[in-house]
Design a protein around this ligand. Structure first.
Ligand SMILES: Cc1cc2nc3c(=O)[nH]c(=O)nc-3n(C[C@H](O)[C@H](O)[C@H](O)COP(=O)(O)OP(=O)(O)OC[C@H]3O[C@@H](n4cnc5c(N)ncnc54)[C@H](O)[C@@H]3O)c2cc1C
Length: 472
């Protein structure tokens, strides 16, 4: 008899699980239960639809409904999973018309993802709080995107406030500026993009300000209220700042959506996410989980919570393989991420110093700004690179890069990511055989120049004779 696999969640983790399961076991009956009507959409692309660069919204689909069905997935859209009967191996679901049903399964994969975090702001959230009809938006789903687009097109929007200057906040500032909207970004921390050190966050802020974004850091938004003219009055810093905007977008991080699994008896770990092992097993019999709803195995930090689309795809693939009898393991994240901010790119992989300290290393950091290619060839631009490595062993622990669009910042970050994945030393990076031609690089690539600068600063020559790859 063919195996019945039920997947909850139709985004990166759930669809990856379903597709991998069918790939390995074409006889498996795979049913994907999706709360909304948008299976396999790239929510990472939402800012580029809002900006107008990507049209229509349907093109954000990684795959169409028909593609997914052709791959053997049975889709149950507008259907919410409400309860897992672990002992009976059945999933309770409620359809869009309210009908309830029990779906029997042999194996279950849960990829319920995350929900936007709601900062403690008066007038936000709850039945009394302002919402999309008032021009106050959260941003995570395609429904959220439609609601935001309606606010942007149904009435004139001259000014907008974005609460949160993480990567989605900075992407959204670019999107709203592209629509000709006077855009303000406010957040409590002292510098934008906390995923990189403030030295590099300052470069990102400068780019945003050059492009006309008003950046208010060290600013805590405490209240939202409807103004008499239909706009939104925003109060910050205990009332010291009061301004009115046409639109507010709150992008203050995410929280794992774990209710379904927790009610079934799963354990909560880092970041409030569900504990899984590296096979994506939850510990509940025949129940696997992946993506933003579960903890992240990090190759340098151990168990953490680091919700990213790239990770959700990989974890989903592992869960899908194991649900049909495979022996896959999630190899672990190194926290690689990148964001485009107007004409700048900021990337980061591995650990910041404070994270490395907490993980038991003795991190030291060097910052340099080598050119992206030979200075004599027109258009050379500096890339600011911070390399963090362990002072005792020379092991690379992290790298952060900020440079111009076109300077291959993302792919250079990926060189560090690859080195981190293989536990290389900084010195060992000098041995890497990387590409060179004057319009695109240098005989020592920028990533190697930064690594060499770290060695000069922190490693006396007598102790450099270490293996280029450390065994963990
Ligand atoms: C604007 C934006 C930009 C981003 N940009 C990037 C980027 O550039 N790079 C990157 O790596 N990551 C990015 N991310 C993060 C990335 O999108 C997420 O990490 C990824 O989507 C997580 O996938 P997931 O499948 O775990 O969960 P989610 O995408 O949260 O999906 C959860 C799925 O579960 C369904 N669901 C939830 N509860 C139920 C239920 N009870 N019953 C049935 N279905 C249910 C939902 O409908 C949805 O289909 C971005 C996120 C946003 C919002």
């Amino acid at each position: 008899m063919s195996r019945r696999l039920v997947v909850v969640g139709g985004s990166d983790a759930g669809i990856s699980a379903g597709l991998r399961a069918r790939e390995l076991d074409p006889s498996a009956e795979v049913t994907v239960v999706v709360a909304d009507a948008y299976p396999n959409f790239s929510i990472c692309g939402i800012p580029y639809y809002i900006s107008g660069e990507v049209r229509p919204w349907q093109s954000l689909a990684h795959r169409t409904y028909a593609d997914l069905e052709a791959a053997g997935l049975t889709l149950r859209v507008d259907t919410r999973a409400t309860r897992i009967d672990v002992a009976g191996q059945r999933l309770a679901v409620t359809g869009h018309d309210g009908t309830e049903q029990l779906l029997p399964y042999d194996e279950l994969v849960v990829g319920t993802g995350a929900r936007p975090a709601l900062p403690a702001v008066r007038g936000l959230g709850g039945s009394e709080g302002l919402g999309p009809a008032d021009g106050v938006h959260l941003l995570h789903t395609i429904d959220d995107t439609h609601a935001l687009m309606a606010s942007l097109t149904d009435r004139p929007v001259a000014s907008a406030l974005i609460v949160g200057a993480g990567y989605i906040g900075v992407e959204m500032s670019e999107a709203l500026v592209a629509r000709g909207i006077a855009t303000t970004v406010a957040q409590r921390p002292a510098e934008v993009l906390a995923t990189v050190d403030p030295e590099l966050g300052a470069l990102v802020r400068a780019e945003m300000e050059d492009r006309g974004v008003e950046v208010l850091t060290g600013t805590t938004v405490v209240g939202l209220a409807r103004a008499g003219d239909g706009r939104i009055t925003v109060t910050a810093d205990g009332g010291r700042l009061e301004r009115t905007f046409d639109l507010v977008v709150v992008v203050a991080g995410v929280r794992p959506d774990v209710a379904l699994l927790v009610d079934a008896g799963a354990t909560i770990g880092a970041g409030g996410a569900v504990v899984v092992d590296d096979t994506m097993a939850t510990g509940l019999p025949h129940v696997w989980a992946a993506g933003d709803c579960v903890v992240t195995h990090h190759r340098l930090m151990g168990i953490t919570y680091l919700p990213l689309g790239t990770t959700a795809h990989k974890q989903g693939r592992v869960a899908g393989a194991n649900a049909v009898g495979g022996h896959a393991r999630f190899a672990g994240s190194v926290g690689t991420q990148v964001v485009k901010v107007f004409d700048l790119v900021a990337a980061r992989t591995g650990l910041l110093e404070h994270e490395a300290l907490a993980a038991g290393f003795r991190p030291v950091t060097t910052q340099v700004s080598p050119d992206d290619h030979k200075a004599y060839y027109p258009g050379a631009q500096p890339i600011t690179i911070r390399v963090t490595a362990d002072a005792d062993t020379g092991r690379l622990l992290g790298a952060q890069l900020v440079g111009r669009l076109g300077s291959e910042v993302a792919k250079r970050a990926d060189v560090y990511a690859t080195a981190l994945f293989h536990a290389m030393t900084v010195e060992g990076m000098a041995d890497l055989d990387l590409t060179y031609t004057p319009p695109l690089g240098s005989p020592w690539d920028a990533v190697q120049m930064a690594a060499q600068a770290w060695s000069r600063d922190h490693r006396p020559p007598s102790v450099t004779a270490l293996p280029s790859v450390l065994t963990e």
